[in-house]
Design a protein around this ligand. Structure first.
Ligand code: SF4
Length: 244
């Protein structure tokens, strides 16, 4: 049975708001619906939330679930880094669509930096991420996908996530099975773990789902007393979709 990624990686929205303006942004919709901030295009920092990282119980945290890292002020990022340094029991994930605006240098073992890729023309983000961010771990989220990313240079990437459009637009746009399989095969060829988000189940079938986490994330879940049956990277090309 496929796992919901939110059960494995929790949102910790230290910053709410993003100026990028994607038309499918669920965070902006939620922000408006629940009146969280006055203007989603202006990021706001919620300082008190950082205390969550002081918990002894380990956690995998997405810190940019309602923001984009490119719009974080440096002082917000440094505060997060400091907490992650003091609390190595946690793993933290940061995502951006504008790596060209990032300038980060950290050797934190528990900070993961990634870009979102939604189409082939976004592939530049991967190279720019690795150029502008000096860090120990990189990841890529392919979601939502509007076309086939095709051949992707995943060198130096430690994890990929593949998803599809959700919400009202999902009838018009969705990830084709062949796109998800192509990304999975490319990642597995480099022994990179792949996590297909549960929204892909109706598209590719439960039997074809691949849900792998990096070792560090599995370790956190074990440490939190909730080991899950998600494997770390499969080696080579052993995975094949059952229906293709
Ligand atoms: S980058 Fe992310 S947070 Fe910002 S508008 Fe787009 S989907 Fe929303």
């Amino acid at each position: 049975m496929s796992k919901c990624i939110k059960d494995l990686i929790k949102n910790l929205n230290l910053v709410i708001g993003c100026p990028i303006g994607c038309d499918y942004c669920y965070a902006r919709n939620n922000c408006r619906r629940f009146h969280i901030t006055d203007d989603f295009s202006k990021p706001e920092y919620y300082e008190q939330k950082i205390k969550i990282l002081e918990r002894e119980k380990p956690g995998n945290w997405l810190l940019t679930g309602m923001s984009d890292l490119c719009a974080w002020k440096d002082e917000w990022l440094q505060a997060a880094f400091q907490k992650l340094k003091e609390n190595p029991q946690h793993e933290a994930i940061f995502l951006s669509k504008r790596p060209d605006l990032l300038k980060i240098d950290t050797d934190l073992p528990n900070a993961w930096f990634g870009v979102t890729i939604t189409r082939k023309s976004d592939l530049w983000r991967l190279q720019v991420l690795k150029k502008n961010v000096k860090a120990r771990h990189f990841h890529v989220t392919f979601e939502p996908l509007f076309d086939d990313p095709g051949e992707v240079d995943l060198t130096g990437i430690d994890w990929i996530v593949v998803g599809t459009m959700t919400g009202a637009m999902k009838k018009k746009v969705h990830t084709e099975p062949a796109w998800a399989y192509g990304l999975t095969e490319q990642a597995h060829a480099l022994e990179i773990p792949v996590f297909m988000k549960e929204d892909l189940v109706p598209i590719i079938g439960e039997e074809n789902m691949v849900q792998e986490l990096p070792d560090a994330f599995n370790k956190v879940l074990e440490g939190a007393g909730r080991p899950v049956d998600v494997r770390s990277a499969r080696t080579g090309m052993e995975w094949r979709p059952e229906k293709c």
